[in-house]
Design a protein around this ligand. Structure first.
Ligand code: TYM
Length: 347
């Protein structure tokens, strides 16, 4: 089967989004919107793999939706919704729990990092999380998945699950009319640009993340202009001037990170940034970076705040998106049920 090109991606509503989410994934999402059918999800079922305070979760789902729209995702053009409103995600995830192998999940580095030493006490959901992620993508037969570098391993697992499903049910899939046996596509990761892995502003060896205790380590999409400028000013650097060539960034993780951030925000490449700033000190580069950050992120924060003043409108967008998502996912889930031998009401 020739699969129609379709984009799917998602973000967890655990706290507010940060610069890593924006540069690593969302900039690409906005681009793809111009050329592709896009489905962008607020993955609330993923968020509850770790306990969330219910009021805060509700707030975070709306806040992430507001950030999506404020950053430039168009709810008329793309489908924006929260995962729990489309039950096909959870249903297909169960099927995939029965397709994926324990050995595959045991290799997932993100589970090891998140569960830490107290593995016995981690939720079963946190362990099975990559199967739900595969279901998110394959419930729409999405072909392209724009994400940051940290999601690469999960996407490889989604591809393995698609492949194994196609193999396990090969005969039934052919009988259902898929002559080439391809029921699910192999979703392609789209991991591109100068900032696929944005690092902490306090430690160039750690990823920028919501779970880092120090707020100075990340720029939140909700930060005001002064806070953004302060965080850039305080960002860790080394004492050398910036190099003129990319090779000169090797072994200088903090410099590499700030140059990557600048390039991604400016829509250019690291080489362009170095040809402008090579030989200059951080005392000159940082104010330029802070100005660029404020110019790009300030309006997003402002617009998101404006949208958050009308939560009913945000909820309306989510309900509308979920209705449109269901129209795509439900027939695919129905076919999955047929292929694996379950009985459902005739449609
Ligand atoms: P999440 O919520 O942790 O992150 C959302 C997106 O932001 C990217 N990202 C980063 N990119 C660069 N540098 C960083 N420091 C950084 N931190 C986060 C992530 O790679 C991601 O693209 N499992 C996913 C959510 C998910 C999903 C999906 C994604 C659930 N189902 C289906 C794609 C398709 C996650 O936890 O992302």
């Amino acid at each position: 089967m020739k699969f129609k090109e379709r984009v799917f991606s998602g973000m967890q509503p655990t706290g507010s989004l940060h610069l890593g989410n924006y540069l690593g994934a969302m900039l690409k999402w906005i681009d793809l919107q111009k050329t592709h059918e896009c489905i962008y999800c607020v993955v609330d079922l993923h968020a509850i793999t770790v306990w969330q305070e219910p009021g805060e979760l509700r707030h975070a789902i709306r806040q992430v939706t507001a950030a999506y729209i404020a950053a430039g995702l168009d709810p008329e053009k793309s489908i924006l919704f929260n995962q729990s409103q489309v039950s096909a995600h959870a249903e297909l995830a169960w099927v995939f729990n029965c397709v994926a192998r324990l050995g595959w999940l045991n290799r997932m580095t993100q589970f090891k990092e998140k569960a830490g030493k107290d593995r016995e006490n981690a939720s079963v959901g946190l362990y099975a999380y990559p199967n739900l992620m595969a279901a998110d993508i394959l419930a729409y037969r999405a072909t392209h998945v724009p994400v940051g570098d940290d999601q690469k391993q999960h996407l490889e697992l989604a591809r393995d699950i698609a492949q194994k499903f196609n193999n396990d049910f090969a005969e039934s899939i052919r009988t259902a009319g898929y002559e080439d046996g391809q029921f699910f596509p192999q979703p392609e990761p789209v991991i591109v640009g100068p900032a696929t892995r944005v690092m902490s502003l306090r430690d160039g060896s750690r990823k920028m993340s919501k779970s880092e205790p120090s707020d100075l380590s990340r720029i939140n999409l909700t930060d005001d202009d002064d806070t953004i400028a302060k965080k850039i000013r305080k960002a860790k650097t080394d004492p050398e001037a910036l190099p003129s060539e990319i090779e000169g960034l090797a072994g200088r993780p903090e410099a590499d990170n700030l140059v990557g951030i600048y390039a991604a925000l400016a829509g250019s490449g690291k080489a362009d940034v170095l040809s402008e700033f090579g030989g200059r000190q951080f005392s000159e580069f940082k104010p330029a970076l802070a100005d660029l950050c404020v110019a790009r992120l300030g309006p997003i924060a402002q617009e998101a705040r404006r949208l958050m003043a009308d939560p009913a409108e945000i909820d309306r967008v989510l309900v509308d998106g979920a209705n449109r998502a269901r129209i795509i996912a439900e027939p695919i889930l129905g076919e999955v049920k047929d292929v694996i031998g379950l009985i459902r009401a005739a449609s």
